[in-house]
Design a protein around this ligand. Sequence first.
Ligand code: PEP
Ligand code: MN
Length: 350
Amino acid sequence: MIVVLSKNISPRAKELIHSYLKDRGFSVREQSLGDDTIIGASGKGAVDTRELSILPGVERVAAASKPYELASRETRAEDTVVTVGGASTPAVKIGGSRITVIAGPCAVESREQIMETAAMIRESGAVILRGGAYKPRTSPYSFQGLGMEGLEYMKAAGEACGMPIVTEVVSPELALQMKDLTDMFQIGARNMQNFELLKRVGSLGKPVLLKRGPSSTIEEWLLSAEYLLVSGAKDVVLCERGIRSFESYTRNTLDILAIPVVKGLSHLPVIVDPSHAAGIRAMVSSAGLAAIAAGADGLSVEVHPRPDEALSDGHQSLYGVQFEKLMRDIEALAPVVGKELVRTPGKYGK
Ligand code: PEP
Ligand code: MN
């Protein structure tokens, strides 16, 4: 059960709500959710919710009908807007009436490659730089990423071009090491239900991009978001990237309807990765536009200056000109869905 507190609650009233719940057998946890302060009450306690809801300082009691509470729209009706970066790079928002585009290579391959890609995507209007330094690969013989060195290159590229960065974290130990170098952690599809990783990353309080597991239901995905939120994350963005089906013409099956479903169930922003869904360059842009038309809050797109030379996922990475065209198409589509494409003003701004 979630108790949403009034914005102007006094410390005394707050204390009384805490003891009211504890006296009735609940363990309580106070935290912020968007611009709300909430108390999560769990355990075997019993309470008269009508009595609780009229205590001074209680805005609302949300007895969630779903197994996830913090991620649920029943707890927070407004769209959550997540902020990424803002220290050494501009702050970028995801959610609400915006379309935010994240782009970059599948993996950081060298200082030159990430610098070149960052400048290219920034010029076309991407506002967050993506790239893997630790790559979870199906084969142990495939390129595994440059590790911390790659992350240093990426941070430098983001700072040079004025873009916050997002990169995948694959273990709880690495999360601590990477914390000060990345603006946003990505939890990859394969790790969506790595609960120890979710708990550790959540506890670091940084923004998190949570990809949907290839075989996960929407409820499992939202429960993974719940792990992050209950562990301390405030800025969680969901990312649909295709699920596994019997179809083999595409790498994965883009679950386009997951977007409106999740937007109905949760207040968290939802973006789409059309690159890993399609797996084929020629289909990436149309899948991305379809996602925007279906209500996605943004995209994460793989782009490489020379896809044929890419060390991973080259066949699904866009050339610079294709990405430029996709950005122009998104800009044209945005007003149709009542949104605006986020641009970073400045040197590369359009
Ligand atoms: C990626 O974004 O590079 C990636 C590995 O994606 P996913 O976890 O969705 O497969
Ligand atoms: Mn990839």
